[in-house]
Design a protein around this ligand. Structure first.
Ligand SMILES: Cc1cc2nc3c(=O)[nH]c(=O)nc-3n(C[C@H](O)[C@H](O)[C@H](O)COP(=O)(O)O)c2cc1C
Ligand code: SF4
Ligand code: SF4
Length: 268
């Protein structure tokens, strides 16, 4: 069966898992989801969408992609959401979006992955946002199994073509997570307001080339952020000079999944 996998990834977890699925399923094309956010019609019987959870829901770019996606040729659609531990109601929300468009989500899986973009100051007092994250995590129930632990089980469902109800955490955690996601999404769009760049910047444009939303432009050889951000961290994480600071002058750890490199993330 011909398969197309769309991946959205900033630190490489979703991309690496997409590659593993592609290798196992065969006859699969891998495409960067962000390049198709304004619309596409995949010519494949099976379509997969792999992405990280941002604030208990899908990144805005993934929502936009789904709104503009024409699935009229697809017979089986699935999603894999990669998270640090809490995925809320994300997969059911995605099914709802697709159903509104007359399509469906045949299976939806949540997997836990290692986080690479640590922007908190060690030893710092917890912010109200961090406390909120802890509360939702506790109410959401146990962390899902890791992507590697779940790979055989996910492959079995995909190969059989069975429907598998999109997974959800515990009810209260999921509902609360969904509520916070709607509140957080507009804030994430403006989260680049506190970004700045140090003198280490060479004007290489890598930050602009990896941004899934084309939110970074260059003026006089320096990046400018245009407040249409996903807060994905790719610009900071992939800057070769580690020249980008976020609000509070925090710099990214610049770590990523060991199986990926910068060239995998250049969108333009
Ligand atoms: C802005 C932002 C928000 C996040 N929100 C959540 C969250 O609500 N729950 C969670 O478990 N992980 C959250 N994460 C962690 C990512 O979902 C996780 O690290 C994911 O594996 C990253 O995938 P990638 O490597 O494909 O980019 C968040 C990460 C970022 C950058
Ligand atoms: S990637 Fe880093 S060095 Fe290159 S233009 Fe952007 S901020 Fe400057
Ligand atoms: S500006 Fe940076 S953090 Fe925001 S969406 Fe683009 S790459 Fe991600």
């Amino acid at each position: 069966m011909k398969t197309i996998l769309y991946h959205y990834s900033a630190t490489g977890n979703s991309l690496t898992f997409s590659r593993q699925l592609a290798q196992e399923l065969g006859d699969t094309t891998l495409l960067p989801l962000a390049s198709f956010r304004k619309g596409t019609k995949p010519e494949a019987e099976r379509v997969g969408i792999l992405f990280p959870i941002y604030a208990w829901g899908p990144p805005r770019t993934v929502d936009e992609f789904l709104q503009n996606l024409d699935l009229s040729d697809a017979k089986y659609v699935f999603a894999v959401a990669s998270c640090g531990g809490t995925w809320g109601n994300t997969l059911r929300r995605i099914r709802k979006t697709l159903r509104r468009k007359g399509s469906d989500l045949n299976a939806g899986f949540a997997v836990a992955s290692r986080g690479y973009l640590n922007l908190s100051k060690p030893g710092a007092k917890k912010s109200p946002q961090e406390k909120m994250v802890e509360t939702v995590s506790k109410l959401s129930g146990p962390r899902p199994k890791t992507d590697q632990e779940r790979l055989p089980e996910i492959l079995e469902v995909l190969r059989s073509g069975k429907n598998a109800k999109p997974e959800r955490g515990k009810l209260w955690g999921s509902l609360l997570g969904s509520f916070f996601h709607d509140m957080a999404t507009p804030m994430l769009a403006k989260s680049d307001s506190g970004y700045s760049v140090t003198d280490a910047c060479t004007g290489c444009r890598t930050c602009a080339r990896v941004c899934p939303r084309e939110n970074v432009t260059l003026a006089a050889g320096r990046p400018v952020w245009n407040h249409d951000c996903d807060s994905c961290g790719a610009c900071q994480g992939w800057c070769p000079e580690a020249a980008i600071l976020t609000a509070g002058n925090l710099s990214a750890t610049r770590k990523h999944h060991p199986g990926v490199s910068l060239s995998d993330f250049l969108l333009r």
